[in-house]
Write a protein that binds this ligand. Sequence first.
Ligand SMILES: *[C@@H]1O[C@H](CO)[C@@H](O)[C@H](O)[C@H]1NC(C)=O
Ligand SMILES: *[C@@H]1O[C@H](CO)[C@@H](O)[C@H](O)[C@H]1NC(C)=O
Ligand SMILES: *[C@@H]1O[C@H](CO)[C@@H](O)[C@H](O)[C@H]1NC(C)=O
Ligand SMILES: *[C@@H]1O[C@H](CO)[C@@H](O)[C@H](O)[C@H]1NC(C)=O
Length: 360
Amino acid sequence: MAKSVSMLVVALVVLFVLKLTCSSRDDIHIPTTLDGPFKPFTKPLDKSFRGNAIDLPPTDPRVQRTVQGFEPEQISVSLSSTYDSVWISWITGYSQVYSQLYPFEGLKNYTSGIIHHVRLRGLKPNTLYYYQCGDPSIPAMSDIYYFRTMPDSNHRSYPSRIAIVGDLGLTYNTTSTVSHMISNHPDLILLVGDVSYANLYLTNGTGADCYSCSFSQTPIHETYQPRWDYWGRFMQPLLSKVPIMVVEGNHEYEEQAENKTFVAYSSRFAFPYKESGSPSTFYYSFNAGGIHFIMLGAYISYDKSGEQYKWLKRDLAKVDREVTPWLVATWHPPWYSTYTAHYREAECMRVAMEELLYQY
Ligand SMILES: *[C@@H]1O[C@H](CO)[C@@H](O)[C@H](O)[C@H]1NC(C)=O
Ligand SMILES: *[C@@H]1O[C@H](CO)[C@@H](O)[C@H](O)[C@H]1NC(C)=O
Ligand SMILES: *[C@@H]1O[C@H](CO)[C@@H](O)[C@H](O)[C@H]1NC(C)=O
Ligand SMILES: *[C@@H]1O[C@H](CO)[C@@H](O)[C@H](O)[C@H]1NC(C)=O
């Protein structure tokens, strides 16, 4: 599976801001779909964009633990499948929700904090909600944060701006991407795989731009799980206010003892997989106003006889284009790309699923 996948050498940062309706904000003008259609445009790759990414070190104040005792940290908001429900996630203390274990001499194991996912229901569309999370009996409550629910689903109501980002990582370049997102006030963020790049590190915290080049002798592909906590802390100022929807990339593979994989990914984020009838955190769907989003898993079976394909068929059959005129499907490795990274890696997935998607 993804173990053989070529790991991206640096955190390549991609960011689009999709603006679907007019907004009154007077930021720098970003062309919208309403300004189109545009002529196809090819821009040669700026080679300086690769190879220069430097990770934020553990000493950076933005990644350090600042809360006391059982106070919540790494707070984030995710959507459920419809506007009336939202997930709030946070982490407390040091007890365990998941482990990353390496049964090899010299390798360090990791135990996560308690990861909380709470689903709020009965919410109104397009409404600002203030919230606090934590345990009032200790007391150990967070500050007050707020989020806005998605608009109701119909052909006239859309989130104003959606930021789509992949291969985010936690480098100094990530900080400029995230600042750019914050200053453009997105209503929703899609992170289409490759999140913390904790798998570019050994369990002792030594990192490299390219794991296999630098650590060719390791008995298993190690990770340094504290990088996930750094990522959660760094992202909190944005994600405590703006919902994020994540789907897995190859960097989330993170093999460990008993052949377990994708454990940090599946444990740390809330996904509306049950709400959208999916059996797995690897693929799910949700509505954001008049858009139905389908997040597909490229690192789990996508064969026509498999669970994901059957779920996709059911999910597509339920889509009502009167209610959600936009249908957007997304996944991590590109199906159509001439670039070297991931080149034709997802060809089998394309062959299996493309026709079904075109039917809709
Ligand atoms: C880490 O966990 C594995 C699996 O439980 C165990 O075999 C190993 O001895 C542990 N390593 C350390 C350093 O405790
Ligand atoms: C990424 O950050 C480095 C500094 O760490 C900087 O030199 C480089 O120009 C940045 N790249 C881009 C594309 O902004
Ligand atoms: C981590 O392990 C690697 C490989 O054994 C070693 O080269 C490096 O010095 C270690 N780093 C620390 C901080 O212990
Ligand atoms: C892990 O995978 C290896 C190789 O496929 C297999 O031999 C082994 O039995 C598996 N272990 C567990 C605990 O599933």
